[in-house]
Design a protein around this ligand. Structure first.
Ligand code: 4AD
Length: 439
């Protein structure tokens, strides 16, 4: 017999079916036994009349919650049953894996242990309905990203993660042994997505792993994360990049709301708000003035960057003034930006770049790139870079590389803000941090 997903049981009233899933609840009564069984689509009540088979009833009574089961039975319409108004009358039971009892914690129990403990037992934690929904949302979001890209003539690329030169700053770089020499784990696909511009691909995107040897213990940093990167040829400034990114995000939010909005409200008590276009844009210099006026003191050592508190404060301002959850902070000083960002033609101290802050959290860095080889070389030298290791990159710009711009977005940060979560450890399948390598 073929397996039926629980969500599809209503199409099989009166028929004998086979379901497979986990035992969530067992109620062993005098004459009847009720099992709540869960698969990734739904839950169902399974009923067994003890008088039918004493040996089977005995076996059912020894079942532990979270055991993996295969059950056959007849689907009956039963309006009094709260779970979907139907019931499966058990005919046979196969115990595929009896869960040890007690478990480190019960994913459907009354109390939820601390996050760190749950991370030790992540495969049990992932059984919670919040987590299943989160990864269903992630699937839809990635689908929508690709859908938009395909509709807008983007090509998907996968660039190497073992690299010979850092693509961002020399800090935050993992070094690995590569036969008899040193190599690095890619901090971003930056150089290679720009290579695709030199290759004439015009529009590319990548969804892939990114590594950062960042020793910080915050609720928003990981040492490995999934980066979503786009690069677009013939843009004239960061404005063209922002215009594409906001349409793209609007599309992703709309898809997620259409498919999961109701369930997100139920499970996370959170409303998906599809961001209206255009998103507000505020130049960095103005942001600093606004923060000052609101009495927010930026830390002195930030080189023109804003800190997380400042991001939240500017988000609060934008919410009050524009009733918007997103804001592009534009025109960053060169001190806070990498060498490959293009500078303003009329102010060489500013870059044509932006950060996107969503609900008070930075989720994106984007910019118009410098595509003129001589200027690019000069900017690299100004930042104190050695040219030799990045010569291959500088060469991309020698043979007709068009002007271009792009951005990078952290997938788990997007999920955090989409679902209103406070910690990035909750929005990634397995967190990687300075002291977390297992499981
Ligand atoms: O701001 P970042 O470092 O920018 C780049 O990598 C550029 N090459 C992008 C570009 O095309 N200009 O990283 C981009 C995004 C951040 O905005 C953030 O969402 C996420 O990646 N991110 C992290 N997410 C989790 N943990 C970390 N340690 C992250 N560092 C950056």
């Amino acid at each position: 017999m073929e397996r039926t997903f629980i969500a599809d049981l209503r199409q099989h009233i009166g028929e004998e079916v086979k379901i497979q899933g986990w035992l969530q609840v067992l109620r062993d009564q005098k004459k009847m036994q009720f099992l709540v069984v869960r698969d990734t689509t739904s839950t169902v009540q399974v009923a067994f009349w003890k008088g039918n088979d004493a040996a089977l009833a005995e076996q059912i009574s020894t079942l532990t919650t979270e055991s993996a089961l295969t059950i056959t039975g007849t689907v009956v319409d039963n309006p009094v049953v709260k779970l979907g108004g139907l019931e499966l009358q058990l005919a046979s039971l196969e115990v595929n894996n009896l869960a040890e009892s007690p478990m480190p914690f019960e994913p459907y129990g009354d109390t939820l242990p601390q996050l760190d403990f749950r991370m030790d037992w992540r495969y049990l934690d992932l059984r919670r309905k919040e987590n299943l929904l989160l990864f269903q949302v992630q699937t839809t979001a990635e689908f929508a990203m690709r859908e938009f890209c395909q509709q807008n003539r983007f090509v998907e690329i996968h660039t190497p993660k073992i690299v010979g030169a850092p693509s961002e700053s020399g800090a935050e770089l993992f070094t690995i042994e590569y036969f008899d020499r040193k190599a690095y784990l890619a901090q971003s696909p930056q150089f290679y997505k720009q290579m695709a511009m030199a290759a004439g691909f015009e529009r590319v995107f990548e969804i892939g792993p990114v590594f950062r040897a960042d020793p910080s213990f915050t609720s928003r940093h990981m040492t490995e994360f999934t980066g979503v990167d786009m690069e677009i040829s013939w843009t004239q400034s960061h404005e063209d990049v922002m215009a594409i990114q906001e349409r793209w995000l609007n599309h992703i939010y709309q898809r997620v709301k259409d498919v999961h909005g109701e369930q997100i409200r139920e499970v996370f008590n959170h409303e998906i708000v599809v961001p209206t276009l255009p998103f507000p844009r505020i130049p960095m210099a103005e942001v600093i003035q606004i923060l000052k006026q609101r009495g927010y003191q930026l830390p002195a050592d930030k080189k023109g960057d804003i800190d997380p508190g400042g991001e939240r404060e500017i988000a609060a301002y934008v919410k009050e003034k524009y009733n918007h959850d997103f804001v592009f902070v534009t025109d960053w000083p060169i001190t806070a930006r990498p060498f490959y960002h293009m500078r303003h033609p009329n102010n060489p101290n500013l870059t044509m770049s932006y950060d996107l802050i969503a609900n008070g959290l930075e989720i994106t860095t984007g910019a118009q790139r410098e595509h003129r080889p001589e200027i690019l070389k000069k900017q690299a030298l100004e930042k104190g870079l050695h040219l030799e290791p990045i010569q291959f990159y500088l060469d991309f710009f020698r043979f007709g590389c068009p002007p271009h711009g792009g951005f990078g977005l952290g997938l788990s940060r997007l999920l955090m803000v989409m679902l209103g979560l406070n910690n990035i450890r909750e929005s990634v399948f397995l967190f990687r941090g300075p002291t977390r390598l297992i499981p």
